[in-house]
Design a protein around this ligand. Sequence first.
Ligand code: PLP
Length: 412
Amino acid sequence: MSKTFPLNEEQLRKIIKKFPTPFHIYDAGKIKNNLRRLRNAFSWSPAYIEHFAVKATPNPHIVKILAQEGAGTDCSSLAELLISQRAGVTGEKIMLTSNDTPADEFQKAIELGAIINLDDITHIDFLETNAGLPKVLSFRYNPADIMNSGNDIIGKPAEAKFGLTREQIFDAYKISLDKGVKRFGLHTMIASNERETETFLYTAKIMFELATEIKNRLGINLEFVNLGGGFGIPYKPEDKPVDYKAIGEGIRELYNKILIPAGLEKISIKTESGRAITGDAGWLVSTVIHEKHTYKNYLGLDSCMANLMRPALYGAYHHITILGKETLPATKIYDVTGSLCENNDKFAIDRNLPEAQVGDILIIHDTGAHGHAMGFNYNGKLRSAELLLEEGGEVKLIRRAETLDDYFATLV
Ligand SMILES: *Cc1c(COP(=O)(O)O)cnc(C)c1O
């Protein structure tokens, strides 16, 4: 799929006059469409809900757009619970899925009436002691290994710190039942940036089988199964997008085959996707401030890893286009860098681009999720502003850029 940007050159230049680069800009219409596409895949499920993973784009303005479209939130910190609250999302529209959870986070979740999803069997007592038990309790299952349909292991959740083992899951529900909890859900999150249909069907299958076994062993009719997030996006133009229709239909078949005969026809499906909702609906807009030619060719930007960490952290690919040069041939090879004293601070390595020069505007694509959110202040670098392109075409500042006063504000 070719990479697009929602504004033409003239519109973007006008915005840059008002809001200097670098900034992330998000497209409200695209965010809504992404939510609808996911929801359509599960429209067959009674009371399906997407709990948007706030950590992907932790800005209440974004969460509010999604809440208006019926989404809830998935939170994993106190700040994310507060963001939900500010966006008007409360009660069971919030699911708290955190780990190594501090007491104040559980207390806030209880105050908001959130669904609490526990990461460990010992958290039942910790929660009860520090905040009391919630109306709805859920547990995060760690299935140890993920197989494909040929039964080859394709992932090793057993190496991950998250979730309860299979035997702990049964004990955890039993303990909670004995403590008087009456409403339950089940959760897992095993994939990340995954685009294969089969992985999601495998996840659903093991979860539906586990729900059936929980009913058989403990007599619990779960209210929901949360299949987690992890829906990938095609970061590279040649990548295949997720086939939501196939995933939705495949999971529906498994639901009909496994849950309905078990008398679990009231279970609703939840997802908690971040990337698939905001990932391709955000762009980092930056200016070339230096062009350097040594053993390689470098374009130095006015942004750095503080604004987008994924390439440096994971070697992740983010597509880059140059404003006004979108259709020119990519005849030069560049490393596109930021200014950190850290050689990893590159947005792209050996990237073919049209010939560029100082003053060019670079658009880094697919930065809407886990982009600005991962920002940090190493080298005293400041996090950029966030802008929102509204459906009517207006552009609104939804977070100002940090200033040096912000940076020094915590010094004693
Ligand atoms: C990060 C995370 C998500 C969202 O992941 P995406 O890849 O953005 O869909 C959902 N649930 C949990 C528990 C997470 O940690």
